[in-house]
Design a protein around this ligand. Structure first.
Ligand code: ZN
Length: 293
């Protein structure tokens, strides 16, 4: 599953594609092999091992700024335990599908959990091992970044709006500005999200993606691969969000060989993931995290 070649206009870029799936008791985490480094922990949750029921079964980590339901808070405890995180260390984005990135430190521990939510932000960065950066997702992508030299990290919630607004580029630039991170040293990964086969959009939106990313291949229409999947019989436009993630990482100066696209589809994998689109909004959320050790 790793080491597939991905061609981009003008050059061939080699990314890692794929994930490792780690089960810790009842809960599980998707991880990028390239981020399994000393001094770092990270992961993306699955729906297994929680206490929520019905369409929210079972590890629903849907974060609500007005307060999470008791089962979601218990699920976050289980998520933290399975991930080897200290519950009190976690701080979660207050996402608004934008591209705002905030710098956090130990004083932000607990924000969005036992302490008030952060101001609106979709990305958070830190160089402080005391705080674990957390995001929540239900089809929306998760961008992980780590610079082993400046010892700084970033975590972003990147739905199609945040992807189009290039929050990955903004986050890498914020790590450089705040911590002196050299993009050439930064390791980046895009987590599970809705895949190109399943992400059908209006033609005009697909065109906008193709324009912003200066790459016609981010827009897919009626490709043989799409038809064979049985998921697109309509000839509608689709967008390749992981490809858009990789392009904005490279625009930030991150090297292709330091980029991992996990290539797991939240829409298709019902056993592991909630999907806002598949479940027509009545569904739970997964969470992602990164922390310096
Ligand atoms: Zn899919």
């Amino acid at each position: 599953m790793y080491d597939k070649i991905t061609d981009y206009p003008g050059k061939a870029a080699r990314f890692e594609h794929g994930f490792l799936y780690e089960k810790n008791g009842e809960t599980g985490l998707y991880k990028a092999r390239a981020l399994l480094l000393p001094g770092l922990s990270h992961g993306f949750s699955t729906r297994e091992g929680g206490m929520s029921e019905g369409p929210f079964a079972s590890l629903n980590l849907h974060w609500d700024k007005d307060g999470c339901e008791p089962d979601v808070l218990e699920n976050y405890s289980r998520f933290a335990r399975g991930a080897g995180l200290c519950y009190e260390d976690m701080a979660i984005v207050n996402h608004e599908h934008g591209a705002t990135v905030l710098r956090l430190d130990a004083s932000h521990r607990g924000r969005g959990f036992d302490k008030p939510p952060l101001p609106f932000c979709d990305g958070i960065i830190t160089n402080d091992p005391a705080v674990a950066l957390v995001t929540s997702h239900a089809d929306c992508g998760a961008f992980f970044m780590y610079d082993p030299v400046s010892r700084s990290i970033g975590m972003a919630h990147a739905g199609w709006k945040g992807t189009l607004a290039q929050i990955g580029l903004t986050m890498a630039q914020a790590m450089t500005r705040e911590f002196g991170a050299d993009p050439a040293n930064v390791m980046a990964a895009a987590g599970p999200c809705i895949c190109p086969r399943c992400f059908e959009v209006d033609e005009s939106l697909a065109d906008e993606f193709a324009q912003v990313f200066a790459d016609p291949a981010v827009k897919l229409v009626g490709r043989p691969g799409l038809d064979r999947s049985g998921l697109d019989r309509s000839g509608k436009a689709h967008v390749d969000l992981p490809r858009c993630a990789a392009i904005q990482f490279m625009r930030a100066g991150i090297l292709p060989e330091h980029i991992t696209l996990m290539d797991a589809c939240t829409y298709e994998d019902t056993a592991h993931f909630f999907s806002h689109r598949r479940d027509r909004g009545v569904t739970g959320s997964m969470a992602a995290f990164i922390q310096l050790r």
